[in-house]
Design a protein around this ligand. Structure first.
Ligand SMILES: [Ca+2]
Ligand SMILES: [Ca+2]
Ligand SMILES: [Ca+2]
Ligand SMILES: [Ca+2]
Length: 315
């Protein structure tokens, strides 16, 4: 159905396109932390993955598309960036040491260090709202499960123990729960979006459908969960949806005849950034939560994907 090269083994959601060697990068050399063009007004930052410079690297930009800047410089694949809650660090995934591990760096790309150290795939980091832990997915116990590791490295806890393939954890803003997706039958398109308490109790399925509901993201006020799913009309067309945090009130946000994926919320909850190939290759867009005010932030023949909104506005 969805013709995509799986990026990491059977990763449910790590399916961004490989092999497009676009290198006409429109990145603008600019020092970290500067906000030229913003007139002193606080605004959002977005980290994302692009192969515009020849292989997958981590980039940041303002949420108006300005100030695009590369943070990683390595011929390994670097992808799935996610911010620390104070916006000062970024976690991401790389196979630069021979297998997929999670790495941390400061938001200007400095102070790079490895966070996980396991021969299995470690993927899809999500920083806890209090900054002390990272939830991530790993294949270390024979299928994808969700794990928790403290930033100080003092311990790793397995949160799921199921035959389903869990993926893309996202924290509730109060830090008490995680939302994630779970492929309940391997090889099937049946994916459930689930929540559980951070102590792994209280697992609950919010939505179960044949439409591939996946990649959930909890809104900053805790009330909504954004996700991507097939439109449900039989077409091969992935759109961005939101639902209430109890699973009710499902509604569609995007309506383009293309794949719209990987929603991430602006700090004020007003906008969602996402990836879409609506103009022929992956670009990063923002849209208001009511579905208006679509804005393209990247314009580049390479893949620009996996946006992650910084959880705080910066000056
Ligand atoms: Ca790289
Ligand atoms: Ca690993
Ligand atoms: Ca599992
Ligand atoms: Ca692009």
């Amino acid at each position: 159905m969805i013709v995509r090269a799986l990026f990491v083994l059977v990763g449910i959601s790590s399916a961004f396109l490989l092999g497009r060697a676009g290198v006409d990068g429109n990145s603008v050399a600019q020092p970290a932390g500067t906000v030229e063009g913003r007139d002193g007004t606080a605004g959002g930052m977005i980290a994302f993955t692009s192969d515009r410079d020849g292989n997958h690297e981590i980039y940041v930009m303002r949420d108006d598309g300005g100030g695009q800047r590369r943070l990683t410089h390595h011929d390994a694949a670097d992808f799935w960036p996610t911010w620390s809650p104070n916006g000062k660090q970024i976690a991401f995934v790389s196979d630069r040491d021979g297998n997929y591990e999670i790495y941390l760096m400061d938001a200007d790309g400095s102070n790079l260090r490895r966070f996980t150290d396991h021969p299995a795939v470690d993927n899809e980091p999500a920083w806890s709202p209090d900054g002390t832990q990272i939830a991530f997915t790993s294949y270390r116990d024979g299928n994808y499960d969700i794990y928790l590791k403290r930033i100080d490295g003092s311990g790793t806890t397995r949160l799921t123990d199921s035959a389903a393939e869990e993926g893309r954890p996202s924290w509730s803003p109060d830090g008490s729960q995680l939302v994630f997706h779970a492929r309940t039958r391997r090889g099937s398109s049946t994916i459930a979006i689930c929540t559980m308490n951070v102590d792994s109790s209280g697992r609950r399925e919010l939505s179960v459908s044949e439409d591939g509901d996946s990649d959930p993201a909890w809104s900053p006020d805790g009330n909504l969960i954004a996700f991507n799913a097939l439109r449900g009309d039989g077409s091969i067309n992935i759109d961005i949806f939101v639902m209430n945090a109890d699973g009710s009130g499902r509604r569609r946000i995007t309506e383009y005849e293309d794949h719209d994926e990987y929603p991430t919320w602006s700090p004020d909850g007003a906008k969602i950034a996402f990836e879409s190939d609506l103009d022929g290759n992956e670009e990063i867009f923002t849209i208001d939560v009511d579905g208006t005010n679509l804005r393209r932030l990247t314009q580049n023949s390479a893949d620009d994907t996996q946006p992650s909104y910084c959880p705080v506005f910066t000056l």
